[in-house]
Design a protein around this ligand. Structure first.
Ligand SMILES: *Cc1c(COP(=O)(O)O)cnc(C)c1O
Length: 391
């Protein structure tokens, strides 16, 4: 075997895509939480909510057990009825669309801008009907959507604005934090995201009423602060005020999140450096790199996506994916567009060709590792692997 036929990384050193940086502080906090005997929703969750609300400049933050739950509860709390339409992007994780469906509303897709990969306000305008009640933009990869245009559309048509901020913890649009523009901002702390709790999510809102409703819905529909019934202030009956869900976050999860959030800025800087190294090292290859970042906005550097156009690279996207994996580098696809999936085709009659930009991106895109955990050697190995796969 010649040297170059060996993979860049052996099987034992496979670089797992999205593997998070976990440090001793959160490990110790989890142990302390376990020893405290209070594993479920309690003081750590309350602290994580306060910390995130302060970071985001949001009046309220309600922790739940996933971003999917956060999106679902936001739509329920917005009071949408069956037949009400929610416009979102075809270039998103299926959870965005499924949350709309589970809340009883009807998803409608508006294609993305081919450069920013974010929902295109022109396409949104074309999809407004008398039944449109809400907009659910996704700040794709961590790049801020065109919030001036989307907020103007929401105001004009009296729409609820729910930001899917699963990629966008650090994202800012013209100096304002993503997730604070509309009625609800939904965060994810899934293992691959920029702040992790294993599984976890949060709803940001400036409305006292929305925050109270979300907290009630997230815990079986029990009246607010039901967890206090386990305190030492004497027995308290709880009251169920509506049929809610089991979406609460545990203190065990918040114990991780508190320390992850405290490191959100150094981790962001680390990913910015990786991003710039990729830009410099991959610029001469026949790949389409992420569009340059609008100077007035702040990108969260959640996903570094390259487009593999077979007519330029000579290899298909899927060959590229296999090649990278064969080189010991884990890669991702964000995302095969929503209309490519059989369920949505059968249920809504969506066709990929009706969303040409999302379809092309979904068929060409590859996400390279972009985690605060990456060492200089890891980044070099990714670059070497890309060069070999395209050679
Ligand atoms: C990850 C993700 C979600 C779902 O987040 P979970 O916390 O896993 O439920 C929703 N939308 C987008 C865009 C995502 O990337």
């Amino acid at each position: 075997m010649t040297k170059t036929s060996m993979p860049v990384r052996s099987k034992e050193r496979f670089l797992v895509f999205g593997s998070p940086a976990i440090e001793d502080q959160e490990i110790q906090e989890v142990i302390a939480t376990m020893k405290s005997g209070w594993l479920g929703t309690g003081p750590k969750v309350a602290q994580f909510e306060r910390d995130m609300a302060a970071y985001k400049g949001s009046k309220h933050a309600a922790a739940v057990n996933s971003c999917t739950a956060a999106l679902h509860l936001s739509i329920v709390a917005a009071g949408l009825k069956p037949g009400d339409e929610v416009i979102t992007t075809p270039l998103t994780f299926c959870a965005s669309v499924n949350a709309i469906i589970h809340a009883g509303a009807t998803p409608v897709l508006a294609d993305v801008d081919p450069v920013t990969m974010n929902i295109d306000p022109e396409q949104v305008r074309a999809k407004i009907t008398p039944r449109t009640r809400a907009l659910m933009p996704v700040h794709f990869a961590g790049r801020a959507c065109d919030m001036d245009a989307l907020c103007a559309i929401a105001r004009k048509h009296d729409l609820v604005l729910i930001e899917d901020c699963a990629h966008a913890i650090e994202t800012e649009y013209k100096g304002r934090k993503a997730g604070t523009f509309g009625d609800f901002g939904c965060l994810s702390f899934y293992v691959t995201k920029n702040v992790v709790t294993g599984e976890g999510g949060m709803v940001l809102t400036n409305s006292d009423a929305h925050a109270a409703r979300i907290k009630t819905l997230a815990l079986h529909g029990m009246s607010k602060d039901a967890w206090k019934r386990f305190g030492d202030e004497g027995f308290k009956h709880y009251q169920v005020v509506e049929a809610g869900f089991k979406y609460n976050m545990m203190d065990l999860q918040a114990a991780i999140g508190i320390h992850q959030l405290a490191r959100v800025e150094p981790y962001w800087k680390k990913r910015e450096q990786v991003w710039q190294r990729y830009n410099a090292a991959l610029g001469n290859l026949p790949l389409e790199l992420p569009a340059s970042i609008e100077p007035e906005n702040r990108h969260s550097y959640h996903l570094y996506t390259v487009l593999v156009d077979e007519t330029r690279t000579g290899v298909t996207r899927d060959t590229f994916l296999d090649g990278m994996t064969g080189q010991g580098i884990g890669v991702g696809v964000h995302y095969l567009s929503i209309p490519e999936h059989p369920f949505y085709q059968e249920t809504f009659d969506w066709r990929p060709e009706d969303y040409p930009h999302a379809t092309r991106i979904g068929r060409q895109t590859v996400s390279l590792p972009l985690s605060a955990k990456l060492t200089d050697q890891d980044v070099q190995d990714v670059v070497t692997a890309v060069e070999r796969v395209l050679a």
